[in-house]
Design a protein around this ligand. Structure first.
Ligand code: ATP
Ligand code: MG
Length: 405
């Protein structure tokens, strides 16, 4: 057999050509099918959680103002030009950002791809592949050879594989978005929730790089959803990113918080008591309802909420002898004295002159920046309540220093 092959080189040349042609045709067919699937996915949109489904719709509380502000970001007008590298939606942890974005995304569907970030580049790339219906579970003959070569050739194979996955996703999305723009006259939207998880990862760099190209051609609008102001600030400071629009999601107002609790089976009195105590932070209300359903008393639940707030002060270093404790207590004191429980930026700068203290205090969950009103306030009602009950005198006696005299 071997002798025959050696004797007839044209034979193996022919076989080689046949294999090569087969691989090329297979690969072309693969990319056609893949392109078609990603395009269909874009046309129909993708969001994993459908809040209008019967079970969810029973507990979903509408937030018309938040929903329309979010809709303006994730529903680009027809013919809207590409201009910026990214849009962002911020809000304190647990205020209901993801739910609101998912709800709007499900209303719109067409053109929106929603994906949650992940600390590992490879897992994030995998999620993006799934969201785009990238067909990567089917073997692509050429890709298989490429992947094997990559693994042999490089030590950091996992990172490279993640990077090549992400590049493939960005390319596929771009191609599909070209077709989408031709058909619908507007850019597609890629929403990355919990985007702060990508901080410091090469995946973020790649995404922003791709986004620069998408924006120039008006093909895909990148929307980052995050609970960390500092993440957005760092992005804006460290990269040459421009932002076209942003929205800050707030806690539920008291009417919405009451509806939220009623829909989860609480009676009127309990609803009012809880809203007075905890305000409209969704995540706290969810935990409180769960505790009540598990048989705990309202007093226990209130205590739990205060203990959680105390932990936040502890984490922020305001209950220990830290460098920024005094500055933090000065702010607590000023906020408790202010009728609307906020201070403007000038007062904040006077109370916390050191930039490092500013960063430490704002990255905690005790204070938060209200971008819309350009003010600083308590991050939540429970944190405010804890300060009223336990820090009033401490703040008064400890907080003052020469700079506030
Ligand atoms: N409008 C709403 N109606 C009903 N339930 C809601 C609503 N908004 C939020 N929730 C519930 O509150 C909880 C927290 O909401 P969500 O996860 O959307 O907050 P988040 O701001 O995205 O939090 P994180 O900052 O941790 O990402 C979830 O259990 C969600 O089901
Ligand atoms: Mg979220």
């Amino acid at each position: 057999m071997n002798a025959m092959w050696l004797a007839e080189p044209s034979q193996w040349l022919k076989s080689g050509l046949r294999i090569g042609a087969g691989l090329t045709i297979g690969s072309l067919a693969y990319s056609r099918v893949r392109h078609h699937l990603v395009y269909r996915r874009l046309l129909h949109g993708h969001c994993p959680c459908d809040w209008s489904a019967t079970a969810c719709s029973k507990v979903y509380v509408h937030r018309p103002e938040e929903e329309s502000a979010v809709a303006r970001i994730i529903r680009p007008a027809k013919d809207s030009p590409g201009s910026a590298m990214f849009f962002y939606i911020v809000g304190s942890s647990g205020c209901g950002k993801s739910t609101c974005v998912q709800w709007v995304c499900n209303q719109e569907r067409s053109g929106c791809i929603y994906v949650t970030a992940h600390r590992k580049s490879n897992d994030f790339a995998g999620r993006l592949q799934d969201a785009l219906l990238m067909l990567d579970n089917l073997p692509n003959p050429v890709r298989l050879i490429y992947d094997v070569a990559l693994r042999i050739g490089h030590e950091s194979a996992v990172e490279d594989a993640a990077s090549s996955k992400l590049v493939a996703c960005c390319q596929a999305l771009k191609e599909a978005a070209e077709g989408y723009r031709r058909k619908c006259g507007r850019p597609a939207v890629l929403i990355i929730d919990s985007a702060e998880l990508l901080a410091g990862q090469p995946a973020l760099e790649e995404l922003l790089e791709a986004s620069r190209g998408w924006a120039d051609q008006g093909l895909v609008r990148l929307v980052l959803v995050t609970s960390e102001d500092s993440f957005v600030k760092r992005l804006l400071d460290n990269t040459r990113c421009s932002v076209s629009g942003s929205h800050e999601v707030e806690d539920l107002n008291s009417g919405q918080a009451l509806a939220f609790l009623q829909r989860r089976g609480l009676d009127g009195k309990a609803c009012h008591e809880l809203v007075n105590h905890a305000g409209g932070r969704c995540i706290e209300l969810v935990a409180a309802v769960e505790s009540l359903h598990n048989g705990q008393s309202m007093e226990d639940v209130k205590q739990l909420i205060l203990s959680a707030a105390e932990r936040l002060y502890q984490e922020a270093g305001l209950l220990d002898d830290t460098i920024h404790r005094k500055a933090g207590l000065r702010v607590v004191d000023a906020l408790l004295r202010s009728p609307d429980r906020t201070v403007d930026f000038a007062t904040w700068n006077r109370l916390v002159p050191n930039p490092k203290d500013k960063e430490a205090l704002l990255s905690s969950n005790v204070f938060s920046m209200q971008h819309k009103h350009r003010r600083i306030g308590f991050d939540s009602r429970s944190v405010e309540r804890y300060a009223q009950l336990h820090l009033k005198d401490v703040a008064l006696s400890d907080a003052h220093c020469d700079c506030c005299a």
